[in-house]
Design a protein around this ligand. Structure first.
Ligand code: FES
Length: 104
């Protein structure tokens, strides 16, 4: 079983089971402290915005141009920003640590 480490908006860290083959967003969306994911993963709402722990940034596939474009429009954008609907969870990502970004 592979796990995600999720920091909520209050700064509290949670360990949750990652669902292999699903987007990270789909796991975060089910949590009370998770993400809204309004567009359902269509890369158009940015309500699934997370910050990826710097140790993990290089281990994820690079963002596509449409993801980057949307991220860069956000006032809360940082170098380690990602849309969690664009990250597929796999067993290789066991221990991935993400922080839920503040609401826009
Ligand atoms: S769920 Fe809308 S951009 Fe990710």
């Amino acid at each position: 079983m592979a796990f995600l480490r999720v920091i909520d908006r209050d700064g509290k860290e949670h360990r949750v089971e990652g669902k292999s083959g699903l987007k990270v967003m789909e796991t975060l969306r089910d949590l009370d402290y998770g993400v809204a994911a309004i567009c359902g993963g269509m890369c158009s709402c940015a309500t699934c915005h997370v910050y990826v722990d710097p140790d993990w940034q290089e281990r994820l596939p690079s963002p596509m141009s449409d993801e980057l474009e949307l991220l860069r429009e956000l006032s809360q954008y940082q170098d380690n920003s990602r849309l969690s609907c664009q990250i597929e969870f796999t067993p290789a990502l066991d221990g991935l640590r993400v922080t839920i970004a503040p609401d826009e």
